[in-house]
Design a protein around this ligand. Structure first.
Ligand SMILES: NC(=O)c1ccc[n+]([C@@H]2O[C@H](COP(=O)([O-])OP(=O)(O)OC[C@H]3O[C@@H](n4cnc5c(N)ncnc54)[C@H](O)[C@@H]3O)[C@@H](O)[C@H]2O)c1
Length: 264
């Protein structure tokens, strides 16, 4: 008996990293899953692995999100789970951020989540209720220099989560997960020796003494979506191996990157 038997879910940014592993674990727990990603090939590959549905969708385009969500709900005979997970960022001092790049990061990490709620919540209500989880970040609860639009957007995702939990209770439970340093294509360049090579530094900042895996976050999402979390709503669960007890994941990284670039 799976924890998510009978559920039908959409995962945005489901083609890679945390989203892809969450698709796999949701499916392993009995859910039918529609994989949404701006990269259609990666969405197709994950959907194929889990016998799910695949959609090439940019979460910053509301009409595209709404059309795909409606189609997925029709094909899966309803929608009960939504994981708003697509996101990412670049690093720069505040005054050096191009206005367009600021807008892109906020659109992707915050407005994309709003689009998920706007398109998905009515479908979940029509299906009799369910659960929505969004990926925030420890960057939202403990920001570092260089990640201003990302931190601001992720902190806003936590506030949006609280508002939505109030609006959709008791039918839909709404929570956020805030990952610490997780090894995915997003952080590979930062961690790997072929990139900036900060793996041992990041590990030393983590009381649980390792870099996180996508499965560390996927399991929290499955828990939040499942009946085990039936009395949990409006919360932001930090899953960071204890890192924010010391500071942020990217404290000082802007200086490291700036120095590296000036040497080239
Ligand atoms: N990896 C970490 O250490 C870490 C830490 C904290 C928070 N997060 C957050 O976790 C989430 C997943 O990150 P990840 O590490 O798995 O990264 P990832 O790069 O492996 O996966 C992100 C996925 O989102 C997709 N995507 C990007 N822009 C999109 C858009 N506009 N529309 C639809 N899909 C889009 C990408 O194609 C990719 O498949 C993000 O919200 C990220 O901010 C990651």
């Amino acid at each position: 008996m799976g924890l998510l038997n009978g559920h039908r879910g959409v995962v945005t940014g489901g083609g890679s990293g945390i989203g892809a592993e969450t698709c796999r674990r949701m499916a392993a727990e009995g859910a039918r899953v529609a994989v949404f990603d701006v990269n259609g090939d990666s969405a197709d590959a994950v959907a194929k692995e889990i016998d799910g549905l695949s959609y090439t969708v940019d979460v910053t385009d509301f009409d595209a999100v709404a059309a795909a969500m409606t189609d997925a709900s029709e094909r899966m005979r309803g929608l009960t789970l939504l994981y708003n997970n697509a996101g990412g960022s670049t690093l720069s001092p505040i005054h050096d951020f191009d206005v367009a790049e600021w807008r892109r990061i906020v659109e992707l990490n915050l407005t994309g989540v709003f689009h998920g709620f706007k398109a998905g919540a009515p479908l979940i209500l029509a299906s009799g209720g369910g659960s929505i989880v969004s990926t925030a970040s420890i960057s939202g609860t403990r920001p570092a220099a260089g990640e201003a639009p990302y931190s601001a957007a992720k902190a806003a995702v936590v506030a949006l989560t609280a508002s939505a939990a109030l609006e959709y209770a008791p039918s839909i439970r709404v929570n956020a997960v805030s990952p610490g340093m997780i090894r995915t294509p997003l952080t590979e360049l930062l961690l790997d020796d072929r990139g900036i090579g900060l793996e041992s530094r990041e590990q030393a900042k983590t009381p649980l003494d390792r870099i996180g895996t996508p499965g560390d976050i996927a399991d929290v999402v499955v828990f939040l979506c499942s009946d085990l979390a039936r009395f949990v709503t409006g919360q932001n669960i930090v899953a960071d191996g204890g890192m924010t007890l010391h500071g942020s994941g990217v404290d000082g990284v802007l200086d490291v990157v700036t120095e590296l670039l000036s040497d080239r």
